[in-house]
Design a protein around this ligand. Structure first.
Ligand code: FAD
Length: 401
């Protein structure tokens, strides 16, 4: 069985100096593939040797030529003879390091403000994200952080805590709730002193009494007005950081407000230009976004504009559960959309430059695992072991709530 992880067990410099072998199917010598320098085996597979720094470029070329990469293997160091096929178990024993490890270049700030000593910011902007005809309330809100000593700084992928005013049913001050940051470190106005959130107001009917219940903190946040004070803690979280590698591929899988960190990533990748001289994204970002109805597509206009402006670097697919049908005629949930593209995703995931991020509703991981497991098993790969290896390599990131 081929248990490939092309990246494990190598130091940063070893990793970059390696070459990889793509096994590709679907290329023909008399068709589009005639310009490629390879020979086709009887099996129909071709093997193309690629240096690390050309991996993405070659992947795009193969795609353009209609080929599909079915496996990626690292060549043994310094040798061009045999591909590395160390098993996942063996590799787990080795120290795993990758150049694409998700650590922002900037030192990652944590807990600058704690619940006992929180920062009091001001709401500077708040607007609706759900269009008419959509379900529920979801708002984008921005808080001014200026005047903080020290300044509350953060990086993309982190969260902040919000302490709602008032007391709980036991007469104790409310506890903080965490919210993923939806803006980049520079803030929506690029002035380095704001933070934005994307908050859904929790509302449900009590399962026993039938009483309409509204969540404490989310209702408080959604009712804020510009100028209101907000008690903030954090930032926290290192699970969802973006890799420094400008050439990384970023797969993002979001449901509902799970879009928040991905908005921050995409703004950093595509919208901040001169603000990020040390980060000029050149990889490929693919967003899967699950929502119930079209009016619930949060940040729709801005996201679709990005797909038009950066078609080579950004792709987005919606799973709109109440409007689209899956291949079996049922509702289209995020896992069905992943299943639709699972072969392509599996191909991307094998590239050591690819990071996968999942954010949003708890419980979405099972379906995603199932879809990717089906794709991996076509190549005799045990998906769960592979995913664990990706996690060790800091290429698999999950934040669900
Ligand atoms: P609460 O008043 O605390 O009520 C929540 C409780 O209500 C639940 O614990 C449960 O007991 C009960 N409940 C909820 N639904 C039902 C139901 N259908 N039936 C019966 N009981 C129910 N939220 C966002 O909107 N945006 C974000 O970006 C975001 N990011 C997060 C990031 C992290 C890392 C985490 C951990 C959570 C995140 N959340 C986010 C969720 C957020 O922290 C709060 O949990 C959410 O806003 C609800 O808080 P609340 O005070 O409004 O609800």
């Amino acid at each position: 069985m081929y248990n490939s992880s092309a990246t494990a067990g190598y130091s940063n410099t070893e990793y970059k100096s390696r070459t990889y072998v793509y096994e590709v199917v679907g290329l023909s010598q008399n068709g589009n593939g005639k310009n490629l320098n390879y020979s086709i085996r009887k099996s129909g597979s071709v093997f193309i040797t690629v240096p690390y720094d050309r991996m993405n470029q070659e992947m795009r070329r193969i795609n353009r030529l209609g080929g599909q990469i079915v496996s990626i293997k690292a060549l043994s160091n310094g040798s061009t003879s045999e591909a590395t096929t160390t098993s996942v178990t063996q590799k787990n024993k080795q120290k795993s390091m990758t150049t694409t490890k998700a650590t922002a270049k900037k030192k990652v700030p944590v807990n600058t403000y704690r619940p006992k000593n929180p920062f009091v910011g001001k709401c500077s902007d708040i607007y609706d994200l759900v269009d008419e005809g959509g379900i529920g309330t979801c708002r984008h809100m921005t808080f001014d952080l200026s005047g903080g000593e020290p300044q509350l700084e953060y990086v993309e992928g982190q969260s902040i805590g919000i302490v709602p005013p008032g007391e709980d049913k036991d007469g104790k001050p409310h506890k903080l709730r965490l919210y993923s940051i939806a803006s980049t470190r520079h803030g929506d106005n690029l002035e380095d002193h704001t933070v934005s959130l994307c908050v859904r107001k929790l509302e449900y009917n009590h399962p026993e009494t039938g009483e309409h219940v509204e969540g404490v903190c989310s209702s408080y946040l959604c009712s804020l007005k510009p100028g209101d004070d907000v008690t903030i803690t954090g930032p926290v979280g290192k699970e969802m950081l973006l890799p420094d590698d400008e050439d990384a591929n970023i797969i993002m899988i979001a449901t509902g407000t799970g879009i928040a960190p991905f908005r921050a990533y995409l703004w950093r990748m595509f919208k901040e230009g001169d603000k990020n001289p040390d980060y000029n994204f050149k990889g490929f970002a693919w967003l899967f976004f699950g929502i119930p109805k079209t009016p619930n597509i949060l940040y729709q206009e801005e996201l679709e504009k990005l797909t038009q402006e950066y078609p080579e670097n950004f792709r987005m697919d919606y799973a709109i559960s109440r409007e689209q049908k899956n291949s079996e005629g049922g509702k289209m949930y995020i896992q069905h959309k992943i299943a639709e593209h699972a072969d392509k995703l599996w191909e991307m995931i094998q590239n050591p430059k690819t990071h996968t991020y999942i954010c949003g509703l708890k419980g979405m991981e099972g379906g995603i695992d199932e879809a990717l497991s089906a794709a991996a098993s076509k190549h005799d790969v045990d998906w769960v072991a592979y995913r664990k290896q990706m996690k060790k390599e800091h290429r698999w990131h999950v934040e669900t709530y």
